[in-house]
Write a protein that binds this ligand. Structure first.
Ligand SMILES: Cc1ncc(COP(=O)(O)O)c(C=O)c1O
Length: 487
């Protein structure tokens, strides 16, 4: 189905959902993939959990369903409606999470040897973008709150200085907001970036809801971002892996985004994920205000009641460099006064009190409150913390997260990824060049990346995380007794 203009489309429509529905109702003898043929051949233990209907819409790129990589039908319509609602000139639906959108943003703007400025607390997907593109990272340390032991945003002042030192930079990428919902002064960051006529790319994985309520931080597009990537699945109602990339202005050619995404996404996109983006967009268009009001109310109740519990404190907005906005729907609870690590508190909450956090860290637990939460969830959260606070242990003191070393990389992430490496004892690795991308996961922010000099502080920190119950990804030795270094 080809369409020539969008004038007859409205936000109450769901072109992709409707097309899937009507195809699922048309009987046919299916000689196309997937092999389960609309559920007829699916394993019964899966239908026991999922029922049959989900498989009837697990369809391939049938002519009516358009083509994700050359959209001219229902996908084009659905993406157009999303662009209109989120305030973009063009929107791409992503079926491989914000991960592939962030990599595509780097591939579309930087070639091998080009410089890109990034905060050092960037998500690992950006490092993957550096490895694939061959771009040279110029890292800026984010503002760091030593009392909270949390990293926030970079500042416009540090960006200005870095751009003066590297005026040949080709793009700036920032994290807005952080996992804890903290946003920096993005408008000022955009203004300085644009003085060099280069694009501002934003990892807005945790901010897909921002455009829908004035009490939330402003969206990245409204503050001047050229490109932003949002995990629609993290905070709105799309299914896991379903994300969006939005573009505005003329600093990035849309064709480069399409080419990059073609390299990164499956040629068999899952239509259930795509339809979930279409449905989430319609839901926000029709009920976004009500849903965000309700979510903000629940979050405010939770924040107030948690803050009244002895030994518990929630992260609050205290405007300071790197901290201009706080998403009120993100609750970050410090548990150190209870004498617990975030990991220990997480285990007790999850296994004994039926409450599961999004992100445990050494000192904190972060909870996402979204349109899916109920008053009962909030009551359970508050009661669980009341129980947890009844038997505090002695206060514990942790060494803080190491401030990242910003010594220039000895090798670019790409060169290091392809260089020959060897495995050595981790205790002998300080001063060597790392060959691995090592992150506590979540949050997936690398403590060491390929090409970076290993420091004793980084090793101590990773070992502390592991000893205290955190999970580390990317290290070939899960016990961290050995590490891969460049020969
Ligand atoms: C800050 C940040 N950026 C990007 C991503 C990647 O998002 P996705 O899971 O949608 O691929 C994540 C995932 O946790 C994240 O926390």
């Amino acid at each position: 189905m080809k369409i020539s203009n969008f004038s007859c489309l409205s936000q109450s429509q769901t072109p992709l959902v409707d097309c899937l529905k009507s195809l699922s109702q048309q009987p046919d003898a299916a000689f196309y993939a997937p092999g389960h043929k609309k559920g007829q051949g699916i394993a019964s233990n899966l239908t026991d959990i999922l029922g049959n209907s989900v498989f009837k819409v697990d369809l391939p790129e049938l002519p009516q369903l358009d083509n994700l990589f050359a959209p001219e039908g229902v996908i084009k319509e659905a993406q157009h409606l999303a662009a209109e609602l989120f305030g973009a000139q063009q929107t791409w639906f992503l079926i491989n999470g914000s991960t592939c959108g962030i990599i595509a943003a780097i591939l579309a703007t930087c070639k091998t040897g080009d410089k890109i400025i990034l905060p050092r607390n960037i998500h690992q997907s950006a490092i993957a973008g550096l490895i694939l593109s061959g771009a040279i990272p110029i890292f800026i340390n984010p503002e760091y709150d030593s009392q909270q032991d949390l990293a926030y945003s970079i500042t416009s002042v540090s960006l200005k200085q870095t751009l003066q030192q590297h005026p040949d930079t080709k793009a700036v990428m920032v994290l807005y907001p952080t996992y804890q919902g903290v946003g920096g002064d993005l408008a000022a960051i955009a203004q300085i970036t644009h003085q060099y006529d280069i694009p501002l790319l934003v990892d807005e994985a945790h901010g897909a809801h921002f455009a829908f309520h004035p009490d939330l931080p402003p969206s990245a597009l409204s503050l001047g971002a050229d490109l932003t990537v949002q995990s629609t699945h993290k905070v709105l109602s799309a299914m896991t892996q379903a994300s969006m990339l939005h573009l505005q202005g003329n600093r990035i050619a849309p064709s480069r985004i399409s080419q990059a995404l073609q390299l990164l996404q499956s040629t068999s996109p899952n239509y259930i994920l795509l339809a979930s983006l279409d449905a989430a967009r319609q839901q926000m268009a029709l009920s976004g205000d009500r849903l965000m009001n309700q979510t903000l109310e629940l979050a405010a109740i939770a924040r107030k009641q948690l803050s009244a519990i002895p030994g518990i404190s929630c992260l609050e907005l205290i405007p300071s460099p790197g901290f201009s906005y706080l998403d009120p729907t993100r609750l970050t609870v410090n548990v150190t006064q209870l004498g617990l690590t975030g990991y220990e508190a997480d285990e007790i909450l999850d296994q004994q009190l039926g409450v599961t956090a999004e992100l445990p860290l050494l000192k904190h637990l972060t909870f996402i409150i979204s349109l899916g939460n109920t008053t009962e969830d909030i009551n359970q959260l508050v009661n669980a913390f009341k129980t947890l606070s009844l038997s505090p242990s002695p206060f514990i003191h942790f060494s803080p997260t190491p401030l990242f070393s910003l010594a220039p990389l000895s090798l670019s992430p790409r060169e290091a990824f392809f260089a020959t490496s060897e495995t050595i004892a981790i205790k002998k690795s300080s001063g060597r060049i790392c060959a691995e991308l090592i992150c506590p996961y979540p949050p997936g922010i690398p403590i060491l990346m390929p090409g970076e000099i290993i420091t004793s502080e980084a090793i101590d920190y990773l070992q502390t995380v592991l000893t205290l119950g955190g999970k580390i990804s990317g290290c070939s030795d899960p016990n961290l007794t050995t590490i891969q270094v460049i020969n």
